[in-house]
Design a protein around this ligand. Sequence first.
Ligand SMILES: NC(=O)c1ccc[n+]([C@@H]2O[C@H](COP(=O)([O-])OP(=O)(O)OC[C@H]3O[C@@H](n4cnc5c(N)ncnc54)[C@H](O)[C@@H]3O)[C@@H](O)[C@H]2O)c1
Length: 353
Amino acid sequence: MSAKPKPITGDVRVALVGCGRISRNHLDAIARTEGLTLVSVADTDRTRAEAVGAEQGVPTFVALDEMLEAVPSDLVAVCTPSGLHPEHGIVAARRGRHVLTEKPMAISLEAADELVQACDAAGVHLFVVKQNRLNPPIQLLKRAVDKGRFGRLYMANVTVRWTRPQEYYDAEPWRGTWEFDGGAIMNQASHYVDLMQWLVGPVETVMAKTATQARRIEAEDSGVAVMRFRSGALGVLEVNVLTYPRNLEGSITLLGEKGSVKIGGTAVNRVDHWAFADYDDDDKLVDAASTNPPTVYGFGHEGYYRNVLAVLRGEAKPDTDGRAGRKSLELILGIYESAKTGREVPIPMRTRV
Ligand SMILES: NC(=O)c1ccc[n+]([C@@H]2O[C@H](COP(=O)([O-])OP(=O)(O)OC[C@H]3O[C@@H](n4cnc5c(N)ncnc54)[C@H](O)[C@@H]3O)[C@@H](O)[C@H]2O)c1
């Protein structure tokens, strides 16, 4: 970042672009967080923008740039289709706004880098939403890893067995396209790919197979990958959005020398297994850590915004900034590259995609 942004002392004024499905989590989180105020919303679908604007009592716009020109704000929440995050983040940064983008931050490394650079040049923060990191069971697991409770980590597994019917894709033309979305790995499983590298460490190589078996979309509805981590651990990823008849599992399992943990549920929200050779006071928190979120998006947006607010007030470091977001994007793109070429792909990738 070119210069450290000045801390904001009053309320942080949030403008939101993209009033679709995930915007509800943002609106609720903003409403529940003291110190955040929604000031305007925009969506190219005027009806959608107006419905949200009327509900929230804020002015509505169809174009992001017009909104930023007309209404002063500190932070722009980007909730548009994934392929548009860099473009919208860059518009906001150039107008001096901090940027909070939904995941994935971009669908190519080139666009991700442009967004990071634009935020750096403007001296604004870039936040990338990774709310699953904040799930209480995942926070406990992260602490166990950081304390070295597993000893050597041998094996990591993530499994995403979810259901996305054809109507989900048909409802919005961008879904499942290579230009704006990607498939099950880039969209639905992106949090899980992120958890792999956040919890286990950098991936050295990845091999993958993907398939479009049942949904009429450009990108994949199923995929598997195996990876070797720099630490020597091995990893397996299994992703599917064709699970009959509803979401079955969203889990991560770590197996180490002195510990085994599985965090399961439909969205890494429940401790299914927790065993360590050595006692730690955190073990007492395991039973209380499981949650029952209403959707697989979970409760994490509120916690995420609390960190954003603390960062903007100069009191904390970002949970996930642009550089952290880029790391998990690179692994997703490595998986795609391997599936496309049939080769093992080193991370960082030698070719830029
Ligand atoms: N964090 C999570 O768990 C999570 C969950 C779901 C979706 N997401 C991410 O959120 C993003 C949006 O997903 P969604 O399911 O809400 O999609 P959606 O299609 O329901 O909503 C996107 C909205 O953006 C609007 N839009 C499109 N182009 C625009 C433009 N140029 N300017 C202004 N508005 C525009 C659309 O009209 C639509 O209302 C995606 O990147 C997705 O990956 C994240």
